[in-house]
Design a protein around this ligand. Structure first.
Ligand code: UT7
Length: 322
């Protein structure tokens, strides 16, 4: 049976780094509080003229180069983002043009921090059904644009970046299973409460910010991610020890620790980038994946569990034979 194999990964981070010490000058916070409560030391912030598509383009080029694939071989582009460049065309279409790819399906997916997991799930279905053979799947964000830089409860958490994979149809195992979920009842806990149809153009730009009841989101994230671990293992009749690497969404080191504990997994089998990247929403999982592929930790044949939880609420996992 045809499966979707990851044949190349890539990522890109904006040059500018914002440290906790710099945040101490901006809001009433401390480096110690941020490190102890979140595990974050620094995050990357896009330059004023740098857009989500700019970050996505660099990550995509690196993934295509790692995969040894040219533009003519890509027949599906999916970009997971909550911070698209413009209302339309989609960031995926803008990217398609920049990469000189023509004619294939290209679209964005909006599932906030779970966006890349959703995008992998959709691309996997395209490949398994024969609708695509070689897919470029990207998570890219300029989250700094929707952060209230005067709100210490949220501004210390987020960062910008992009990560990408190239998936190809193969007869050997690749993506083993995907598990996608949402429950729209929790909007009040995590949201940006404005948008185009609600009259964004009539508002001051300053009102389009992330609002989060952090503590309640935290508790939901821990229990929900624990459940998704069980669901993924049960669906594949696998044991905890069958997982070689956990590649979690990078929101908070304490949430990551709790999921690793649930898997009875030592932290040296967990890819952690939250310390240097912060929470980059849809970009966080592919960024972490690329870091661990490039530094040689993740090897061919390893079994990877990718998971995420975020606004919506949305959550999900992807089990991969790398
Ligand atoms: O990626 C999408 C999903 N998002 C998440 O998964 C985020 C989930 N939530 C979290 O990661 C954590 O809840 C936070 C890091 C956001 C907050 O950590 P917490 O341990 O849940 O803290 P808290 O919200 O309960 O606040 C504890 C205290 C409060 O002070 P009082 O009321 O105890 O006096 C806050 O006002 O910490 C205070 N506080 C801060 N202090 C210094 C909140 N933010 C800051 C700050 N610096 N930046």
């Amino acid at each position: 049976m045809t499966s979707a194999r990851i044949i190349g990964t890539g990522s890109f981070l904006p040059e500018r780094i914002l440290t906790n010490q710099q945040l101490e000058q901006m809001v009433e916070t401390t480096d110690l509080w941020i490190r102890e409560r979140t595990g974050i030391r620094q995050r990357h912030i896009a330059a004023p003229e740098e857009t989500t598509c700019d970050l996505a383009e660099q990550a995509a080029r690196r993934a295509m180069s790692a995969a040894g694939k040219g533009p003519e071989e890509i027949d599906l582009i999916i970009v997971a983002t909550t911070t698209p460049d413009q209302v339309f065309p989609s960031t995926a279409c803008l990217l398609q043009s920049r990469l000189d790819i023509h004619g294939c399906a290209a679209f964005d997916i909006q599932a906030v921090c779970t966006g890349f997991i959703y995008a992998l799930g959709v691309a996997n279905s395209f490949i398994r059904s024969g609708a695509a053979r070689c897919a470029l799947v990207i998570g890219a964000e300029t989250l700094s644009r929707i952060v209230d830089w005067s709100d210490r409860q949220t501004c210390v958490l987020f960062g910008d970046g992009a990560g990408a994979v190239v998936l190809e149809a193969a007869e050997t195992p690749g993506i083993i299973s995907t598990h996608l979920h949402a429950d729209g009842d929790y909007e009040s806990l995590l949201r940006v409460p404005v948008g185009i149809s609600k009259g964004y153009h009539k508002l001051q730009q300053e009102q389009a910010f992330i609002e989060m009841k952090g503590n309640e989101v935290f508790k939901m994230a821990v229990t929900t991610l624990g459940r998704i671990v069980d669901e993924t293992l049960e669906a594949n009749q696998m044991k905890k020890t069958d997982i070689d690497w956990l590649i979690p969404h990078q929101a908070n080191i304490r949430i990551i620790n709790a999921t690793a504990k649930k898997l009875r997994m030592a932290m040296d089998r967990v890819v952690v980038t939250v310390d240097t990247h912060g929470n980059t929403s849809a970009a966080s999982v592919p960024l972490a994946l690329d870091v661990a592929v490039r530094d040689g930790r993740i090897r061919r044949g390893d079994t990877l569990l990718l998971e995420a939880f975020g606004g919506g609420f949305t959550w999900g996992s992807v089990l991969v034979k790398y």
